[in-house]
Design a binder for this molecule. Structure first.
Ligand code: NIG
Ligand code: FE
Length: 430
């Protein structure tokens, strides 16, 4: 997927970013270290520099250090931003979102408040299938307008890179439509995006009696078309009860791998069915959700080097209480990623700061571990660790000036009405 990859890191404002000096950073959270996913004790090492400054030239970080050391190298006339003693850190990287969809599921939300479960609503023809219908009917312009509104929410919350999945089309043409919208959005918003074709999200109603036929459509037509247009870097499959079986997922992922896609998976959100072991077997980059994953699954992920992507927002927003066992994963040496799973059904949530609070409160991740999961480890899972996820010389100047003075406050002040100052490639975007 070469051209998709080379298009990464481009913003709507052109290839070359801005120059700016940021001074008086009370805590400059650099996450300096190896450009790869971090594990074990590394998850607690944020590389914090106190009372520091940051020099950005042409959209990239030129230097990180004390104001006195850097000042002499500030080019004449450079814009100087005073961070006011606050926390400055990399923009969040959200490695699992369903950004593009038609309509919303507000009425289903109200039904759930009234006592119906997510699965009951899906069984009655709602759920993912209801969004499928609305997405198929929507024009590219309608989908783009809705997604731009949400892209702006991501940016305003301090997220500067997201992974964006298709998956609400499930026909060749409508999946291409969604992926074209993602490609268009890359030009229209400063939010960086990596596209994933979620080829098998739900068995579409017209294939209810012919599941094998749908798997063939994916492997023989959908994946070749997406690869041919170079519209996605990764392929994802929702492997779970009521979704695709381990055997169906294996067929699709094996075909995707042969076509050059990286692999991501939705696994064990509702049942422990061996999805994590399949992610290991096919060499997936990530296995996402993992609420029901047990010891054997964790060991398999570790042996195969698969990163777990944990999405506590969807557990929370479904009103459920079974969160993934992040502590067991960290103790096993896995490199956890945190993400919103933004989507209209299980997780209408764009805030990575809120996800960090949930990770701390319900999965017992330390604030530092959660921040690594929301930045460097997420970047590594998207093959972008050399570009984003930390503030080090040579990297993209995607950073956020938070309203806090201590990075732990991001987890502590739950759902605080923050207005972070957000920069992408050295330009203020929110
Ligand atoms: O990640 N689990 C599958 N897919 C989404 C939910 C999509 C929806 O409800 O529309 C998820 O939670
Ligand atoms: Fe998801």
């Amino acid at each position: 997927m070469m051209s998709e990859k080379s298009a990464r890191g481009r913003s709507a404002m052109g290839d070359k970013g801005a120059s700016v000096a940021v001074v008086n950073c009370g805590e400059l959270v650099t996450l300096a270290g190896p450009a790869r996913a971090r594990v074990g004790r590394e998850l607690q090492e944020l590389g914090i520099k106190k009372d520091a400054a940051l020099l950005v030239l042409d959209g990239r970080i030129a230097e990180v250090g004390s104001y006195n050391d850097l000042r002499a190298r500030f080019p004449a006339g450079i814009e100087v931003v005073d961070a006011g003693g606050r926390v400055v850190m990399p923009g969040f990287v959200d490695a699992h979102t369903h950004l593009v969809f038609g309509g919303d599921r507000v009425s289903e939300f109200v039904q759930r408040v009234g006592g119906k479960t997510y699965q009951e609503i899906a069984a009655a023809g709602g759920g993912i299938v209801s969004t499928l219908r609305k997405t198929r009917e929507a024009s590219e312009a309608e989908l783009a307008d809705a997604a731009l509104r949400h892209a702006d929410w991501f940016l305003r919350g301090g997220t500067t890179t997201i992974e964006a999945k298709s998956g609400y089309g499930q026909t060749v043409e409508s999946e291409l439509k969604i992926l074209r919208v993602i490609a268009e959005l890359k030009e229209r918003t400063a939010l960086r995006m990596i596209a994933t074709v979620l080829a098998a999200h739900v068995v579409p109603p017209e294939f209810k009696q012919d599941r094998a036929g749908y798997v063939r459509l994916v492997t023989e037509e959908m994946l070749p078309a997406v690869a041919g247009h170079m519209l996605a870097q990764y392929c994802d499959v929702f492997c779970d009860e009521h979704a695709f079986t381990v055997d169906e997922a294996r067929v699709i992922l094996t075909a995707a791998k042969r076509r050059g896609f990286g692999l991501r998976m939705h696994v064990e959100q509702f049942a422990s069915d061996g999805g994590a072991q399949l992610a290991a077997e096919v060499g997936a980059t990530t296995a996402d959700h993992l609420e029901y994953t047990e010891r054997a699954g964790i060991d398999a992920l570790k042996a195969a080097g698969v990163q777990p992507v944990l999405v506590p927002g969807s557990v929370f927003a479904l009103g459920r209480s079974k969160y993934p066992d992040a502590r067991a994963m960290i103790e096993a040496g896995l490199a956890p990623v945190l993400a919103t799973d933004f989507n209209p059904g299980s997780s209408p949530m764009t805030s990575m700061a809120f996800v960090i609070s949930l990770a701390a409160l319900y999965m017992k991740m330390l604030p530092a571990e959660a921040i690594v999961g929301a930045t460097m480890n997420a970047a590594a899972s998207l093959d972008m660790a050399d570009e984003v996820g930390s503030l080090e010389p040579g990297k993209q100047a995607d950073f956020v000036i938070h309203e806090f003075r201590d990075y732990r406050e991001i987890a502590y002040y739950v759902a605080a009405p923050m207005r972070p100052q957000v920069y992408v490639a050295g330009r203020r975007v929110a």
